[in-house]
Each structure stands twice: as C-alpha cells, then as structure tokens.
Design a protein around this ligand. Structure first.
Ligand code: TYD
Length: 219
C-alpha cells in the first residue's frame, strides 16, 4: 500500500486536559481555509459513527467500569475506523488532516498514565493504523493542575478529568518523553501563552511544513 502521508499532510494536536487544543484547532482551520488549503478536521475518540459511539461509552458514562486494557482497545477500535474511513482517504486526496488527539494519547494516558506496557500498545496501534504516523504533532504542554482547573470551568468533568492529579502528571511526563523520542515530528508549545501567540506559533510551524511538502512534490 502506498504510504498515505506521502501526499497529504497529517497533523495531530496532543496535550493534557484544558491545554486549549480546541481553540487552536479552530484557529488553524481558519488559517488553512484562508490560505485555500483543502483540509479535514477530525478527532479521537470520534470522527466516524463508530468512533462517536466509542466516545459515548468511554468518556460520557462516568460510572461504567472500563479497565485500562479494554479502554485502550476501544480507543484503538475508534482509531482503526477513523484511519480507514477518514484519514487515509483524505491524505490520498492530498489534503491536510488535522486530528484532535491520536495514538500518542494512548501512549501517554493508557501507557504512562495507567501503566499498560508500551510495547503492547505500540504493537496494537501498528495493527490499528497500518503504521500511519502523523507528519507533525503539536504538543500543547501545560501543568496539569492548571489544565484541570481550566477544564473544570467547562462544566461536568468526564471520566478522565475525574482521575487524580498523579495520573495527569504521569500523562504529561509521558507526552514529553514521546516528544523527546520523536523530536523530528513533535513541536512542543507552551500552552500558558496567549491564544493569539499560540495560534501564530502553530501557523508558523504548519506553514513551514506545507512549504517543505510543496517543494518535495515539485521535484
Ligand atoms: P475530550 O473530551 O476530547 O477532551 P480533550 O479536550 O481533553 O481532548 O476527551 C478526550 C479524552 O480521552 C481525554 O481525557 C484523553 C482521553 N484519551 C485517552 O485516554 N486515550 C486515547 O487514546 C485518546 C484518543 C483519548
């Protein structure tokens, strides 16, 4: 199979709760639209009818018992469907795909946070995604205490927002460790910056990638 990332550009946003991903994704979408760049915006878990049902089960039923492994498998099911139904087709059409969370969230939340074995997670993720990795991952990094306080102002906490601070500290460390391991694709941004500053930083990084991609494709 042709590697899907070879035509379009696959961008993911990652980070802890309350880091401002939603705002930044909306700002990036405005920029892409303004620049006339064809794009698709999606999210995990979600993005397909199956993903939406998975989201309902894992996030919005706080009293349902979901242990770490089945939780990861549910995210993986949503991810596999999303890659096949939405992400790969868009990349094959040469479009930019902007995804709110992807496999790094599983490594950070279910791996670093819940203690599932990273090797197992990587193996199952490989099967679920066919090895599709983002070209660019924007990690909005934030102290979890600040992020959770921000998220709390948005109403009822979901199941993960209810987890203890220690869990969220491990998640943050997990994300930062991934960013170090794969420094070629990660850009770590300080999410305490203003929304305007962050939006500018995000657009600088994305515009640079788009230029690099265009040059590579014109050769
Ligand atoms: P969401 O409501 O999308 O909030 P956020 O703005 O924080 O992204 O919630 C997604 C939640 O799902 C978030 O707490 C992280 C969690 N999650 C995992 O634990 N593992 C995963 O693989 C994914 C995709 C998400």
């Amino acid at each position: 199979m042709k590697e899907a990332g070879s035509r379009g550009l696959f961008i993911t946003f990652e980070g802890p709760e309350g880091a401002g991903k939603t705002t930044q994704i909306a700002r990036l979408v405005e920029q892409l639209s303004g620049a006339g760049v064809a794009h698709v915006v999606t999210r995990e878990p979600g993005g397909t009818p199956l993903g939406t049902r998975v989201r309902q089960v894992v996030l919005l039923e706080p009293d349902l018992q979901v242990d770490p492994l089945p939780e990861f498998l549910l995210y993986s099911a949503s991810r596999a469907q999303l890659v096949g139904q939405v992400i790969r087709p868009a990349l094959e059409r040469g479009e930019v795909v902007v995804c709110d969370r992807y496999a790094d969230s599983s490594l950070a939340y279910q791996g670093a946070g819940r203690g599932l074995d990273a090797g197992l997670l990587t193996q199952i993720t490989q099967a679920a995604t066919g090895g599709l990795k983002p070209d660019l991952t924007l990690l909005l990094d934030l102290d979890p205490a600040v992020g959770l306080a921000r998220a709390a102002t948005r109403g009822e906490p979901d199941r993960l927002e209810r987890a203890d601070l220690g869990f969220h500290l491990r998640v943050r460390s997990g994300f930062l460790a991934l960013a170090q391991q794969e420094s070629h694709r990660f850009h770590v941004l300080d999410a305490t910056a203003s929304a305007d500053e962050l939006a500018e930083q995000v657009w600088n990084v994305v515009a640079e990638q788009l230029r690099t991609k265009a040059q590579a494709q014109s050769i």
